[in-house]
Write a protein that binds this ligand. Sequence first.
Ligand code: HSE
Length: 299
Amino acid sequence: MIKVRVPATSANMGPGFDCMGIALEIFNTVEVQIIPQGLIIENHGRDTDLISADQNNLIYRTMETVFEQVGYCPTGLKITSYNEIPVARGLGSSAASVAAGLMLANALTGEKLGQDKIIELGTGIEGHPDNIVPALIGGMTLSYAQDTAEIGYIKVDFPEKLRMLMMVPDFMLPTAKARGVLPQQVELGNAVFNVSRAALMVAALTAGKLEHLKYAVQDKLHQPYREELIPGMKEIFTQAYDAGARGVFLSGAGSTLIAMVDSDNYSFLPKLRTFLEQRSLNWELRFVGVSRQGAARIA
Ligand code: HSE
């Protein structure tokens, strides 16, 4: 039996659309066994009703991609997942499945694929590298696609003193829907705005100049269009800043919002909880650390 543990991820972090992401300490654990024949998939834990247990399962489909690459055909497979990552909430549940499938299949077939190839395959399946790279590598990453299928990335130091407060709504937001509201053309002024904010994000985090983060998270490429899909988003941003957040952004394509908060800001969570309760918003609030490690084999 082979077992891997994969972190959740938050993509974009405001301005870094399709290129910036960070691994979070919420994990799915997936194990695989070769069986004499057939396909058995068991899903346990969170949102299992939303995860296929047949040949459409994303972990299985990803494993098939690796098997095709290396020319392997298993007799049968049993895949068992234990899930903590919410599905369709902007926390990288599909990237976690892809990362798990890649790692499991590569381990089963004798580790024939190197990490660069794994990243390339994962990005091909996901369509963009911002979730899959931190899911595989851990920490905060800045990824870029080259003219070829090759993906480059750099890990960015993320300050120890910052914690992330996840605000997870009680509704899902499929990525396809959240991408569907984005314009296909971008005004030059908006592009310039995002370039400046994405660069500022990396500079502010690495220099520890956290007072710049509230500007660094600003974005004009996707958040303004997605706001309409998340009732209360604007107000929650305002409340979070009033309560002392360093920066607030939409996690991936949503629906989760994330606030970066100083670790000694103990009043932050109660203030946000009170606000959401007053608005009858049944959101889950949880502080979560950054997972410095990406997908890893644990058995
Ligand atoms: N960068 C992606 C988006 C992340 O915002 O649509 C979600 O897959």
